[in-house]
Design a protein around this ligand. Structure first.
Ligand code: IVH
Length: 669
């Protein structure tokens, strides 16, 4: 074959193979048998082998690149990849609809789409050629996973027009591929993926594109990054436009004239959901008109013109085999249900906290019962109720013990509390849990010191209190199970680094009763140094806005203890920082910010900063943050769903800003 003939034939083959591939992978309507496709593909492979210059990037033979990457490059998205606010019930949907109509008037229609449970991807086309595919990352910067995305057959390597554009959608693993993959993993003795979403994400994060290619991933596109530039005026047109360009969109979408139709659409899918060949976790509702979308705008994280309705958590029935008792850091005894292992929302559940005795009585839970389980917020397993009608009479009533299962001292029920407590300060379970708390993320954040390592160290008597952590030696650690040289070195570095933590982390880590992470921060900010806090009286403490009587008492009692004082001296001797290192309130006269000397009230839900962060930043600029609106208030920052404080501010004629305006002013400095 001469070059010219080969070139002409290659072009014909591209066209045919793209056409057949499109029919098969995008439309799911093949027009030729698979063997015919394979025959043409092999013909093209042969031609390209002979004339390598015909092997172009968009050739149907070029799905799986040969190179194994060393790492994924970071890529900046052309415009931010937002996520969605959630609705959990009809009321949330009606509230969303009301907010929308308040902003753009009553003439609104919506598009309802399935919420595919995979991971968001962004695809860039340059002059019609697929040039870059990325993960969402933090919304601004994602990772370049182009070579893995190329293996997804429904992603066109070239689109119908030579356009430069970015499109977005969800990459996912169909249920059948997921089951086959886990089956294969099980046969090889490997850990299965918990759910199709994790499997899809794991596959796209492989550095070898051959692995992604073998995983049968798929994609649905649901947005054009800059729809305005394509000439369409609505989201539904944008989706149709994606279709004409050769992209795969989800056909199960519907326009809804009002929120009632949206709710009907959702109700319909509750039934039909299990019959889909892929997982969905909800329905996405989007304002159709692009003009109205622009008017509504976005918050820092999500558009105001769309919302995700999340299906209620899946419930399953299993047997409660026994009830285990755990002693917590503060001595509270928590009963935990030990369950016959069962799959719920993608993972195996075998334990669920029962919280306390009252709850067991209230729900009338007996050992041997058939119980309904769900995952709250789709994460934490809980017992919903008992199927009392299925009892056989063999079930056994559960009674809380009278003595601590760990140290055998008598348990007490403190007045006004539901919990039973072990009040022996030397109870080994409490000490162990206290150590685990000390190293945890919100406290001293010592990486590599999880529950297991702490339990081992404690059992071997290598640590008895938190100061002992700082005396651990390399030899001691090397003696532990599954601890190699490298992990020991990392661990020692992490322990050393924790000495530099700001005071609030240490305070929280020490586990003073009633002092959570937030209160620890307040105390650290107010007193600046451990020594000063240790001298604080109850009066000093309650004078602080966020510190109540109960907490003040607990702090005073804590530092009165001789043992505590000794422990702190020891930690100091080990070189732990005892000072607050974070931002501090600044006196108004030291600041030339807008906020200097102003009294600000924060209300509603902020998206970008937590309330505490906003407070800190305002205070660092010489402002004061108050809890309630009065005539003395200078400014109210109203986040989403602001309620009575906003109303009051308006009635008093006080200036009101939204979060964006506040951020603008905060970053002025
Ligand atoms: S629209 C600006 N539509 O759900 C709107 N998202 O937090 C961006 N998802 O990150 C999202 N199916 O990964 C949209 N039909 C759909 C979707 C969808 C799944 C995912 C997406 C997003 C997350 C929402």
């Amino acid at each position: 074959m001469d070059f010219q003939t080969a070139k002409t034939r290659a072009a014909e083959l591209h066209k045919l193979l793209n056409q057949y591939g499109y029919e098969y992978y995008v439309l799911d309507q093949p027009s030729v048998p698979d063997a015919e496709y394979d025959r043409l593909l092999h013909e093209l492979i042969d031609i390209e082998a002979e004339f390598t210059e015909l092997k172009t990037a968009d050739s149907p033979t070029q799905r799986v690149g040969g190179d194994i990457l060393e790492m994924f490059n970071k890529v900046e998205h052309s415009s931010q990849m937002l996520s969605l606010g959630n609705a959990f019930n009809e009321q949330d949907l009606r509230d969303f609809d009301r907010r929308v109509r308040q902003a753009v008037g009553d003439d609104v229609s919506y598009v309802c789409e399935l919420k595919i449970d995979g991971l968001a991807v962004s695809l860039r086309y340059e002059n019609g050629l697929f040039s870059l595919g990325a993960t969402r990352g933090d919304g601004t910067v994602g990772e370049d996973i182009t070579s893995n995305l190329r293996t997804i057959r429904s992603i066109p390597l070239r689109i119908q027009e030579p356009l430069t554009m970015e499109v977005r959608g969800e990459a996912y693993m169909p249920k059948r591929s997921f089951e086959a993959l886990n089956q294969a993993k099980a046969e090889k003795g490997e850990e299965p993926f918990a759910n199709p979403r994790n499997a899809a994400a794991g596959s796209l994060r492989q550095l070898d594109p051959k692995i992604a290619a073998s995983r049968n991933l798929d994609v649905f596109l649901y947005a054009v990054a800059d729809p305005g530039e394509t000439g369409v005026t609505s989201h539904s047109e944008a989706l149709d436009y994606l279709d004409t360009l050769g992209f795969k969109t989800n056909p199960e979408r519907r326009k809804a004239a009002d929120i009632e139709e949206v709710i009907q659409f959702i109700d319909g899918w509750v039934e039909k959901r299990p019959s889909l060949p892929y997982e969905i976790d909800g329905i996405v509702i989007k304002v159709d008109s692009l003009e109205q979308q622009r008017k509504l705008g976005t918050t820092a994280k999500s558009p105001r013109w769309a919302i995700a309705y999340k299906f209620p958590a899946e419930e399953v029935v299993t047997t409660l085999k026994s009830i285990e008792l755990n002693v917590g850091r503060t001595g509270v005894i928590t009963p935990t249900a030990i369950l016959e292992p069962v799959q719920v929302a993608g993972t195996t559940v075998q334990r669920a906290s029962l919280h306390n005795e009252d709850l067991i009585r209230e729900k009338d839970i007996k050992i041997g019962d058939q119980v309904v389980i769900k995952k709250a917020g789709d994460i934490i397993p809980e017992v919903v109720n008992v199927l009392a009608e299925q009892r056989t009479g063999e079930e056994v009533e559960f009674n809380m013990p009278t003595h601590c299962p760990e140290c055998e001292s008598e348990l007490v029920r403190i007045e006004g509390e539901v919990a039973l407590r072990c009040i022996n300060p030397k109870c080994p379970a409490q000490i162990r849990e206290g150590l685990i708390h000390f190293v945890s993320r919100t406290a001293m954040n010592i990486d590599g010191l999880g529950e297991k390592v702490i339990s081992q160290l404690f059992a071997e008597k290598l640590i008895e209190d938190v100061a002992d952590l700082y005396k651990l030696t390399k030899e001691q650690l090397l003696g532990l199970e599954r601890m190699g040289e490298k992990s020991v070195n990392n661990l020692l570095t992490a322990i050393e680094a924790s000495k530099e933590n700001s005071l609030e982390k240490l305070l929280f880590g020490l586990g003073i009763r009633h002092v959570g992470a937030k209160a620890a921060k307040t105390l650290a900010q107010e007193f600046d140094a451990m020594d000063k806090l240790m001298l604080a009286t109850k009066e000093d403490l309650v004078a602080i806005n966020e510190i109540g009587e109960k907490m003040a008492d607990a702090v005073v009692t804590f530092f009165e203890s001789e043992e505590v004082r000794e422990l702190i001296a020891e930690l100091k001797a080990e070189g732990l920082n005892m000072d607050y290192k974070g931002p501090k309130p600044v006196a108004p006269e030291e600041s030339n910010s807008f906020f200097a000397g102003k009294t600000v009230v924060l209300t509603g839900k902020l998206e970008q900063l937590s309330r505490n962060e906003a407070k800190e930043q305002i205070e660092a600029l010489g402002g004061k943050v108050a809890g309630s609106v009065s005539k003395k208030t200078d400014l109210v920052i109203a986040g989403e769903d602001a309620g009575s404080k906003l109303a009051k501010a308006e009635s008093l004629g006080i200036e009101v800003w939204d979060e964006a305006r506040m951020l603008e002013e905060l970053t002025q400095n």
